[in-house]
Design a binder for this molecule. Structure first.
Ligand code: BG6
Length: 468
């Protein structure tokens, strides 16, 4: 198994799940600071001490130590997000916060010190809280202007340091998670479909605007959309089930279609018509969308689902709905494990969009046990994680053999961090164990796991070690 020359191996995190320092150096609050239980419950009025994200894994102060470990693994790329509220504390401020800007300057310099390319998510589930409270997030057209000011600022500041940009993390999740994904405070049940799709439209316009600005300000920049990929299989060969899959796929493919084709697809126009949904779209916006399509498509991949008339609704499906697949095992958090789904989705996306693909999240959330390593230190014997990643990488290799162009692969939570959906520390994804518990106790010390050395070999051999 050999991966293409220059393949970008690495890992991914998001600012709100690892940085901590939630109120330092001028940072404003963002929606994560008031979501102590992840998406499971609504927001609190202000930050509460039980919110693990407030301190995260203290990456804000320890990034040098962490980058050194990533470099030791051989990372070629490191995906993180910029916390919007570090740059514009309220989101609608006229001037940026210099200390926030400086932090990311230092972080990106540290990446380059090791030859690691930063891959930056502009908005990763961390809308400034003020924009949620004052404007109801992306439902409001004004968010486009605030986002434009923010991207203009970071593009001008980091040109020459950051080449790869993602406009919105898992943009399709806004349909099911309006607060997390779109900073929309109105509960989903009370939100009209018109408001929801208007919010999507505003994000599409903002994304196209960011793509346009990136290309103007940084001619070498590559901008991608980022989609939560969830292959959907029919529960049976009954044509009704197959059509149910087609329709379910539309609600996800819509987001890629808008970014790659730059126009509203017929199936969505039909849905809007039949549901009485009105979305205000101006002629200028249509032109902007058509003229500023993305350079590549990136996505997260964790699990797959089924659709059909019968079958049990899945209890946990990475923020999305769907039915359980009787043929697949599940993780401790109930997410199905389906390595072949990765090959399937890579082929499907490339067939559909004909754009280079980038897998920017993949991994297994599991409980780890810290043990003595026999050399006076500590480690985790995480063979289950190695097996998961190995099997997915083999399928990624198959897709490459199928002719799918893949730019790179960043595992999710390359260092343990706070979970997005449940706000737990104990749902661990990392190659590096972080000593922090769900009750907030722990020394925050870092310990390489067995998977750390495994990934190091995979990268050093450019994938050949997967055959061993
Ligand atoms: C994705 C998000 O949905 O899945 C990440 O982009 C998130 O932010 C990851 O952490 C894993 O989900 P969780 O809930 O296990 O943290």
């Amino acid at each position: 198994m050999k991966f293409p020359e220059g393949f970008l191996w690495g890992g991914a995190v998001a600012a709100n799940q690892c940085e901590g320092a939630y109120n330092e150096d001028g940072k404003g609050l963002d929606i994560q600071d008031v979501m102590p239980k992840g998406v499971l419950t609504g927001p609190t009025k202000e930050p509460t001490p039980d919110n693990l994200k407030l301190a995260g894994i203290d990456f804000y102060h320890r990034y040098k130590e962490d980058l050194k470990l990533f470099a030791e693994m051989g990372f070629k790329v490191f995906r993180t997000s910029i916390a919007w509220s570090r740059i514009f504390p309220n989101g609608d401020d006229a001037e940026p916060n210099e200390k926030g800007l400086q932090f990311y300057d230092d972080l990106f310099d540290e990446c380059h010190k090791y030859g690691i390319e930063p891959l930056v998510t502009i908005s990763h589930y961390e809308t400034p809280l003020h924009l949620a409270e004052q404007y109801n997030g992306w439902v409001n057209h004004d968010l486009i202007g605030f986002y434009e000011r923010y991207v203009r600022t970071i593009f001008n500041r980091y040109k020459g340091k950051v080449k790869y940009w993602l406009t919105f993390n898992e943009i399709n999740s806004v349909l099911r998670q309006p607060l997390l994904s779109g900073g929309i405070l109105t509960p989903r049940e009370e939100l009209s479909l018109s408001d929801l799709y208007q919010a999507c439209h505003h994000e599409f316009v903002a994304s196209a605007l960011a793509t346009k600005l990136a290309h103007e300000i940084m001619p070498d920049a590559k901008v991608g959309c980022m989609i939560l990929a969830l292959p959907i299989y029919p529960l049976t060969p009954a044509p009704d089930d197959v059509l149910a899959v087609m329709e379910a796929n539309h609600f996800n493919d819509f987001f890629g279609d808008m970014h790659v084709r730059g126009r509203y697809p017929g199936y969505m126009k039909r849905y809007f018509r039949e549901q009485g949904i009105t979305v205000n779209v101006t002629a200028e916006e249509e032109e902007l969308l058509a003229e500023n399509t993305v350079d590549f498509v990136s996505f997260s991949y964790y699990s797959s689902l089924c659709e059909g008339r019968k079958g049990k609704e899945s209890e946990s499906a990475n923020l999305m709905g769907g039915k359980d697949n009787p043929y697949l095992k599940k993780s401790e958090w109930g997410w199905t494990i389906d390595p072949q789904g990765l090959r399937y989705v890579l082929n499907r996306y490339y067939d559909r969009w004909q754009k280079p693909l980038f897998i920017v999240e993949n991994g297994l959330g599991a409980k780890d046990v810290l043990v003595d390593d026999g050399k006076g230190g500590k480690t985790v014997e995480d063979d289950y994680r190695i097996e998961f990643l190995h099997d997915h990488l083999v399928q990624l290799g198959e897709a490459i053999k199928d002719g799918v162009p893949v730019l790179g692969y960043t595992t999710w939570g390359c260092i343990d961090l706070v979970s997005a959906s449940t706000a737990q520390m104990s749902k661990r994804y990392g190659f590096i164990y972080v000593d922090r518990n769900d009750d907030g106790t722990g020394t925050l010390a870092r310990y390489p796991k067995k998977s750390f050395y495994w990934y190091q070999k995979v990268i050093a051999s450019n994938g050949a070690a997967l055959d061993e």
